[in-house]
Design a binder for this molecule. Sequence first.
Ligand code: ADP
Ligand code: MG
Length: 690
Amino acid sequence: MRSESSLTTLKGVGPALARKLEKLGLFRVEDLLFLLPLRYEDRTQLVKIGALVAGTRCLVTGEVLLAETVYRGRRNLLVRISDGSGQLTLRFFHFSRQQQAQFQVGTNVSCFGEVRRGAKNFEMIHPEYRILRENQGAATNDSLTPIYPATEGVQQGRLRNLTDQALRAMQETPPAELLPKNITRDMGMPSLAEAIRYLHRPPADANVEQMLQGRHPCQQRLAFEELLAHYLSLRSLRALAETEDALALTGGGPEVSRFISDLPFKLTRAQDRVIDEIISDLEKPHPMMRLIQGDVGSGKTVVAAIACLKAIACGLQAAIMAPTEILAEQHWRNFSAWFAALDIEPAWLSGSQRTVARRTSLQAIADGSAPLVVGTHALFQEGVEFHRLALVVIDEQHRFGVHQRVALRDKGVTPQGHPHQLVMTATPIPRTLAMAAYADLDTSVIDELPPGRQPVLTIAVPDTRRGEIVERVRSACASGQQAYWVCPLIEESEVLDYQAAEASYQMLTEALPDLRVGLVHGRMRPAEKERGMRAFKEGLIQLLVATTVIEVGVDVPNASLMIIENAERMGLSQLHQLRGRVGRGATQSHCVLLYKPPLGRIAKERLAVLRDTNDGFIVAQRDLELRGPGELLGARQTGLPDYRVANLVRDAELMPQVQIAAETIRKRSEETAAAIVRRWLGDAGRYGKV
Ligand code: ADP
Ligand code: MG
């Protein structure tokens, strides 16, 4: 048997089991080696009952003192055992008569399970147990017992048996060592085979604490290779783009210059620099793949507009996609205003559009009479045919995620070649993490805000002081300012979101009868939302009660006060985004984070981060440390690649080394690079094809 053989060559694996294993992504014997345990149990030592600690999982033996069934609502079988150092109760809710009969007084049993505090002494509920014959001791193991990821219908014992066989096969044909020797040596990493064996069958003296944290050198060895696989895959996408054709947008210089000089403001130096980077990309005959990172309010939209203008001035089409209708609508308005003098009216495309309007848009997009299209992800659904699409702009890309981004790239292809791509995000992420997540992109950073912006002053206040805050809203609005009141986000439930917003709206209209109060929430029809937002923008509404639908991009400079309810439930980056809705005008702005006391330590720390800084990069770094990368990169919606061993927060520090290794390997052998990608990402081997 060899490691690359099919799983059915293993003893005990028939077609039915093979199908179940396929669901875990296991096809070949070697795949089993990379199915790593989630945790370990220690059955290497017998623990004295007198020395048990609640919450641990232990192996004990003892003599049965008493076995009885009692009724506590349901039937319980209680078995009291003792090993001389103390007594332990085994409790069973499901048991057969035979089982009951096994526990004769005086019988010796060994059992393994979680120790819990019971009424009188420690208990184990439904432990694994064995009746011991006379003079037979409990069987201890030589190595820690691995616990594998559960799959329906495949028991742990079976997985242990299969990995045993795979480990044996590994002795004959070890998995190819794909990392360059100098790197494993310099980093002091164990060999691949060594690492695999250790992780599947750790010796009794292994540092379990370190292993559970994923920081053992053997885990780091595998995490390194896994990060490398993802990185290589993204880099090969990047390299592919350099071989692909795109329309070189060499014209449009005069139009762009005129546009910039006609703007009502002067571009910041950071905007100028990023625009130069984009223009130089667009003039090349290969697709641009560029990410703009810039804090909330740094002025990304106008940069995107300039890129679009260049494409349009070359007689081609540009499309801009936003994650929500409100944001897309706002872009549509901005672009309409900016481009009015040039006689360019953007076409509109969204999911909720009426059929007739949609048909008109589709027609204009297909025959090229619409040079610019603004919309939501409806832009890239079936039935949308572009005439000559040269540029795709994706705003707030963190809402879309890696897979969607790559899939979009494939969709935009036209007979003229690949469109240029510009993705923008207001969620800046730390450099090492960006290396892992955006390795297929070139990055530009707008690290400067337009002049005159004052940092938003932020305070955290318990919601027991809601009355004071309502007063504060009254006086701000009385002096001509406007305010947002953002309602609690209720996970995955638009209905509850809406009810909470409705309740706050009632409370506020009653408490503030003199104010014009509006309500915008996610369940409204786009036209209604639009009406509410517009009324707020025009100052007809003074206080806007809203759910987090206003999170991204909405621009109302006269709004200078924001109240966020249940702030303790939201992500830091999200709060930072919300807060970015104020501080856009000349007046000093304030943000009040209302929380429900008492706050835990982490929650306190999180709110303190927002109080102490207005810098999106610092917020993002702290968010990452406190919550993990999923929130930051939009994994919730789209699924970041599932890492098997690596953890982007814990292991991001490996990225600089990963990058060096990747360059070495790609220079030396494309084949090795491909083999690493295949090993970790499967035959699909790239993000776009999953
Ligand atoms: P974001 O980067 O968050 O998307 P926007 O593009 O919405 O920011 O810009 C925020 C506001 O700043 C808009 O009203 C925009 O017109 C304005 N703005 C952009 N660039 C400048 C600038 N250089 N000077 C002054 N205002 C600017
Ligand atoms: Mg924006």
